[in-house]
Design a protein around this ligand. Structure first.
Ligand SMILES: [Zn+2]
Length: 307
């Protein structure tokens, strides 16, 4: 089916107590792996591109590739911007055909984050495209102490003020996870997730999930996480598949042999995550949101009276 927006997808996940997997794609094989895995699992899926991925693959190429892949399957597919760090990037993606946006103003002072988020929400909502924002900082892996991590976490009262002031559709929260973590050692602050969820009401997003344990995921989802981002683990699966195939066939010159293995490795990871997040089988009986549909209920005779 044509690309859908993330709004209904996440609200349904919130109501039914599961999370939608949001997988970062960097090239054709990622797109194929993500969309094929979703079709096989009968799962709704969010395919997301970071600014780095957009630079790597080209904005129009990303949109064309994902659109074509989505239209070939029966499950709902969203094309989401991951960590758009400025207003322009969001507008460019909106214009190019993304069906879900993210503005990450978490490095900015609160009021500035609110102001830019608000502006993007206003523009995106005019064409029925939802926006994710980030409050509190999900740090990158490296030297960070528990005390430092705690200081970066999302404050529930601030989250409420932020959501009310911006009108965002979902919120990425800092609750103990760390980006690009290689080992599963992150400890989620479940109480904090619950508190934020109770106050803000909108779907919550978990970034930096590669360091979270399987039990951590389950508890986080129960507490209110509705979208979980997966990037590092896909990169690892791709590279592992590539390396293994190259070692196995050292004289092979056809790269498709290696890339096929890389794609298969990614698919395994994606399907396992979908089952873990509870979104497998959830694509059935689904009425997705459609971009650009706001305020287009169809003309009546009255519309022409003043012309
Ligand atoms: Zn992130």
């Amino acid at each position: 089916m044509p690309l859908v927006t993330s709004k209904e997808l996440l609200i349904k996940a919130q109501k039914e107590g599961y999370a939608v997997g949001a997988f970062n794609a960097n090239n054709l094989e990622y797109v194929q792996a993500i969309v094929q895995a979703a079709e096989e699992e009968k799962a709704p899926v969010i395919l997301q591109a970071s600014q780095g991925a957009i630079k790597y693959a080209g904005l129009e190429q990303v949109v064309s590739m994902v659109k074509a892949a989505a239209e070939a399957v029966s499950v709902p597919v969203v094309l989401h911007l991951d960590h758009g760090t400025d207003f322009l990037q969001n507008v460019r993606c909106l214009r190019a055909g993304f069906t879900s946006l993210m503005f990450d103003g978490s490095a900015l002072p609160f009021e500035e984050n609110v102001a830019i988020t608000r502006k993007i929400v206003e523009i995106a909502h005019a064409v029925n495209i939802p926006v994710e924002a980030e409050l509190g900082k999900v740090p990158q892996a490296g030297e960070i102490s528990f005390e430092e991590l705690k200081a970066l976490m999302t404050h529930p009262d601030e989250a409420l003020r932020f959501v009310e002031a911006t009108g965002v559709d979902s919120l990425a929260v800092s609750v103990g996870s760390i980006h690009r973590m290689q080992v599963q050692e992150a400890k989620l602050d479940i109480e904090r997730i619950q508190k934020i969820r109770e106050l803000v009401g909108i779907p919550l997003v978990l970034h930096g999930a590669s360091g979270v344990t399987d039990d951590g995921y389950r508890e986080g989802i129960k507490a209110g996480i509705c979208k979980i981002n997966v990037a590092t683990e896909l990169n690892k699966a791709f590279t592992r598949g590539l390396k293994e195939a190259m070692a196995e066939f050292p004289d092979e010159v056809d790269p498709r042999k290696f890339l096929t293995r890389a794609r298969e490795e990614m698919k395994k990871v994606i399907r396992a995550k979908m089952r873990l997040f509870g979104c497998s089988g959830k694509a059935k009986s689904f009425s997705p949101g459609v971009p650009g549909s706001r305020g287009e209920e169809g003309a009546t005779l009255k519309d022409f009276e003043k012309e």
